[in-house]
Design a protein around this ligand. Sequence first.
Ligand SMILES: [Zn+2]
Length: 274
Amino acid sequence: MRVYVQTDIEGIAGFCFFENRRNPSAENWSHRQRMYRLLTAEVNAAVKAAFDSGADEVIVNDNHGSGYNIIFEELDPRCRIIHGRNFSGPEWLNLLDASIDAMVLVGMHAMGGTPCAITPHSLWKVNDGAIYMSEASMAAALAGDYGVPTVFISGDDKVTAEVAEKIPGIEVAVVKQALSPYMACSLIPSRACELIAEGVRRGLANRANIAPYRITGPVTLTLLDSADHCEPFTEQCEKVTCDTITDAFNTCEESMAWCSRNTKLPDGFVFPKF
Ligand SMILES: [Zn+2]
């Protein structure tokens, strides 16, 4: 069994506001390191549970921001981890293909515009609003194109509710209750990790009964968001229509500024086209 662990940081227990990378204070630095440690523990709980469940291979995708959030030297050495820059378009879920047996989502956040959710952002508008998706359900839909079921999600009470409604039978760990966009009532991390491990074990055991989340084509797609992630939102890319949601997603992402391959990076490196 091959398991793909897609991760983000906003949905872990203890996280309730975006990191400010321009704030050089010791307090900000130590807060960010603390969030990385909490994320690492939650991801490790999922990884160990996957191996306990008989996985031969676990691939972790360190998918928030810089791609260097998980302290991977502390992860179970049996897994491998994807990290680095420019997680977008076809590289958003790198190495995900039909050979994966199940996807697990850890640390997910709600879609843009969700009232009373922790740091909600990114609102995928599918088929002219027939479906709205978070990054979490978009990941599940892209996996669905490969026939891969998404069997587990952790995050706040809002994103887990959204995804549970879309994917019958998915296992859920609600690691915090959102009280406002920037305030939460979280489980203590050790308890959050227990729930994640239990949920991953149950989800993988039941994976044959959890249908891949499939969006049948043709699919129209656009991304709604704003600079401060607050409404009103505007379309971040022109609406596209494609045969599959994977093609629609990649086409939308291609047009995003952050997907540009020849972007100059702060260290002077320029992404080569490939
Ligand atoms: Zn994130």
